[in-house]
Design a protein around this ligand. Sequence first.
Ligand SMILES: Cc1ncc(COP(=O)(O)O)c(C=O)c1O
Length: 398
Amino acid sequence: MVRDLPAWVEVDLDAFASNLRWIRGRLGRDVRIHLVVKADAYGHGAAAIARVAREENVHSLGVATLHEGIELRREGSDLPIIILSPTLPNEAGAIVDNRLVPTVGNPETANALSDLSRAAGTRTPVHVEVDTGMGRSGIAPGEAVAFCTGLDRLPGIELAGLYTHFPKADAPEGAPMVRRQLADFRRIADAVRDAGIDPGLLHAANSAAVMLQSESWLDMVRPGILAYGLTPSEAVPPPPELTPVMRFVSRIVHLRELPPGHPVSYGGDFVSPERMRIGTAAVGYGHGYPYALSGRGYALLRGRRVPILGRVTMDTTVFDLRGVPEARLGDEIVLFGRQGDETIRAGDLAALAGTLHYEVLIGIGRRVPRVYTRTGRSVGVRSLLGMEHSSPSPTTGE
Ligand SMILES: Cc1ncc(COP(=O)(O)O)c(C=O)c1O
């Protein structure tokens, strides 16, 4: 099936499962794993990732928006789904209907949730974020006890968790700030308990803190990027046990010999200095291959690096094939991931494009089918046409 695709993302579900097991081994049994699957599981495809996460005893899934939560429910995920971004009162009905667990940061949303939950004959678990230094969302530390006390009086909701977030856990110089945030957070949790309220699960650690700050693990950790096989920044060296889950692959769909002096792509920024062979790959910024790689990125073809010529366009990108004279029409070209003995990391592309590896992963749009593999064989494809399952068949080779 992969043979028919001009561009695809390969998602190695075994690598993902093994990364989760490695994280589990690092944490020990008592710490729950809340897997962050927002933005379509960082581009990997939330439904398939959620299924494996369930097999691997992940406690709960984290999304950013109501609609991501609804989509996961519709796709059959029955784990608790926490919405990690703030929620608005008008979202309360859909939250209750879909049994989602919102982060509540204002009384209006709390009241709406309580009323609608009561009307539905249920109680909705909620989490409260306390801002100990992120400065993005969350209740101010001085207001946390009063806010939790207010929630406790509402009959239709129940406080299931209290959390905070670290802005600098991925840099060694951020360690003192993490320690200070953690101390504040523990104090706030104690104060909530002293007010006679059970704060539920305490959680704080993102991937960086899973790697670097064991004292922050508390009841539950919230890794995202680590489970997908990458570390949050260059300052956190990747443990050898982790494997990147995603490869981004396209195909050469056009081959040409250019005469000397021929411009390539929009703007003609590159002009062939000599007679040269070029290859056009069926991938562009419309697939999420960053435009900022124009004239500076590279990919892997037959295990060798081939530079991008000129500008990345919406649907295609031209590569210099002078170093790979044996290239053929239909050849796989790896935009990031391994091919032969060479690897391009998502972080390498991100550095060249002046962005984050997170953005590179998440930027790969729905236009690009996700091909899921287990033990090296395709087990399903998610494309714009929906999810197809296949009987195992080779995903690479001809
Ligand atoms: C609140 C929260 N927790 C956890 C994460 C996971 O972060 P990471 O992918 O760095 O582990 C995020 C991601 O941005 C987040 O916003």
